[in-house]
Design a protein around this ligand. Structure first.
Ligand code: SF4
Length: 316
């Protein structure tokens, strides 16, 4: 299993001149910051499926409940070209052990959410997922996928970074075989992180683990993965993070004096109102967790991310 976190990326974002007009769409955050901590697997689906450079622009068109990939001016239908190629290569992507994918916004092939989908009736285009990204999500529904613009929003970036590190740890866990004891340990260390995304999902995961036995290990692992990564898709907002910080503070109730308590509360409020980054109250609570020897808190990835994760979360 690869030591590094592997992230697929639309090749044009990595600076490769693969767009229809030989241009790129270089994103400096990706190549100057994220690239220090992850390994990129660049991919241009349009080139890889056999379209050359330069080439005609494409658009997605909804025809009779299916989405077709159509040449912008010629009207040529390239749906089968892309579909046949993707059906061939997507199973191979599993070997790359990707932990996430960063795609170009609005591209008819790579976009997420904001790619235009035209109608044959002349109605204004809808917005949706690009053609390749749709196939990618069908093949790997748990894979964190984000567009490069979302990475410039601090909360969405933090969300993506957290998810790729969780997926990496999940891959490491499952590479060792399926052991309920190890799954419970994995869950315990992620409890606060999951709560910050989805309290309901957190409770369902706990309930699921309560039903585990040696006879249903595979089902439990499969259901756990689906529930976990669907929970993490929900945004960890400032309010939800603050609730988790206050919950963590409850562990020190009997240890810290009124002055320290007020300092923590002020910091949580400052974070909740957007005045300081999450890492400030997290660092303070982590300090208290060590000072007062709270093993449950010390092992929480929410308070104590890995060094690479911490550095990425720290980047502006
Ligand atoms: S958006 Fe996707 S298909 Fe378009 S040039 Fe970039 S990598 Fe290629």
């Amino acid at each position: 299993m690869s030591e590094t976190i592997r992230i697929g990326v639309s090749a044009c974002l990595a600076g490769e001149k693969v767009r229809y007009d030989r241009s790129h769409h270089h994103d400096r955050y990706l190549t100057k910051i994220l690239a220090k901590y992850v390994e990129f697997i660049p991919l241009c689906p349009e080139i890889a499926c056999g379209m050359g450079i330069p080439r005609e622009k494409l658009r997605q068109v909804e025809c009779a409940d299916t989405i077709r990939l159509i040449g912008y001016e010629s009207g040529d239908d390239l749906t089968e070209t892309m579909t046949q190629w993707a059906d061939r290569v997507l199973p191979g992507l599993d070997d790359e052990e990707l932990c996430g994918f960063v795609v170009k916004p609005e591209s008819p092939s790579c976009g997420v959410k904001r790619a235009k989908i035209y109608s044959t009736t002349g109605a204004p285009p809808k917005r949706g997922m690009g053609f390749f990204t749709t196939m990618l999500t069908q093949h790997a529904p748990l894979l964190p996928i984000v567009n490069s613009e979302q990475l410039h929003n601090p909360l969405l970036r933090e969300n993506f970074i957290r998810r790729i590190f969780v997926l990496k740890r999940w891959r490491e866990l499952t590479a060792l075989g399926k052991d309920i004891g190890k799954l419970v340990d994995f869950h315990t260390r992620h409890k606060m992180l999951i709560r910050a995304h989805d309290l309901k999902g957190y409770r369902e995961l706990g309930k699921l683990l309560g039903q585990s036995s040696q006879s249903n290990v595979k089902e439990i692992f499969d259901q756990y993965a689906t529930l976990l990564f669907n929970s993490l898709k929900l945004q960890a907002t400032q309010k939800k993070n603050s609730d988790v910080l206050q919950h963590a503070m409850g562990y020190f109730k009997k240890n810290i004096d009124a002055k320290d308590k007020q300092e923590v509360l002020d910091m949580i409020t400052a974070y909740r109102t957007g005045k300081i980054p999450l890492l400030m109250p997290v660092t303070l609570l982590n300090h208290f967790a060590r000072k007062y020897q709270k093993p449950y808190l010390i092992q929480q990835y929410f308070l104590n991310p890995s060094p690479a994760e911490l550095q990425l979360l720290n980047q502006v």
